[in-house]
Design a protein around this ligand. Sequence first.
Ligand code: ZN
Length: 358
Amino acid sequence: MGLLDIVPAGVVTGDNVKKLFDYAQEQGFAIPAINCTSTSTINAALEAAKKNQSPIIIQFSNGGAAYVAGKAIDNKNQEASILGAVSGAQYVRSIAKAYGVPVLVHSDHCAKKLLPWFDGMLAADEAYFKAHGEPLFSSHMLDLSEEPVEENIETCLKYLKRMAPMKCLLEMEIGITGGEEDGVDNSDVDNASLYTQPEDIWEIYRRFSEVTPLFSIAAAFGNVHGVYAPGNVKLHPELLGKHQAYVKEQLKGDSDKPVYFVFHGGSGSTEQEIKTALDFGVVKMNVDTDTQWAYWKGLRDFYEKNKDYLQAQVGNPEGPNKPNKKYYDPRVFIRAAEVSMVDRIIEAFDALNNKNVL
Ligand SMILES: [Zn+2]
């Protein structure tokens, strides 16, 4: 039995998201969440999923969503970010099924000051729910990890209660995903903010479960966004195992992985670190920095290879009157960026043990 016997192709929401995460935990794979900023990057992500026969998550950051809407729209009151995320989600919905893979549409980090963005997306979910019986997005992330823990949990609970009737999943963050400048040595830091404690995970699990089972936790285990020189920060994915064991003990349950964990700041982590994270119930891993680089590299390599055909509209080494249109058509040079991004996403699928699972 494959994944498509359990959930359909196209955008999945609600109980199907839970089924997908349960299946991923059972089979020991995770789903890459690709930050997208355009129809081009969305298509590249979907193409990679189709090629690899894997489920995928398309996600929009606050800035990425604004970029989807276009730089000419003022983002005061989060207008561009709301419009961009909503139109991005609608775009994904209109094409995802044709790729034949299950797709989650998600919004990335939303800090306290960005809550109007969150409210705008939830309003769109509610309107969509009214018309179609499911939310527009599969899930959203709230990141109040910089606030006191109680405020973080309370705010998440408030939104969870609004999302639960639509069966829209909430991803929350506890502990801080680092992002220090290169050269800052964090390897000996072992404090409560870079490494979440099991008691915190249980507190969240207990209170959220009273509302809905549709939530996931991005717990800090030394994660850092971006790519840094190796050795600056020590990842401890084995901490996730301690969290799972602690929650299991409190629940007196049978499941070894009661919690859906999310892996942020995975760029540059080792195969072993990722494997450990998968063993302990990570179902989603964010991929952003590495696919940005791949997209750029595809374009750069295209230019390097075809430099002599890209200096004027007419005239190249084959003759002064030879046209260069087939080199400067965006469908050619942006396509080179997409192909490179597709390849990089397929590497992410491999690292996450997520291949031919349909
Ligand atoms: Zn993140």
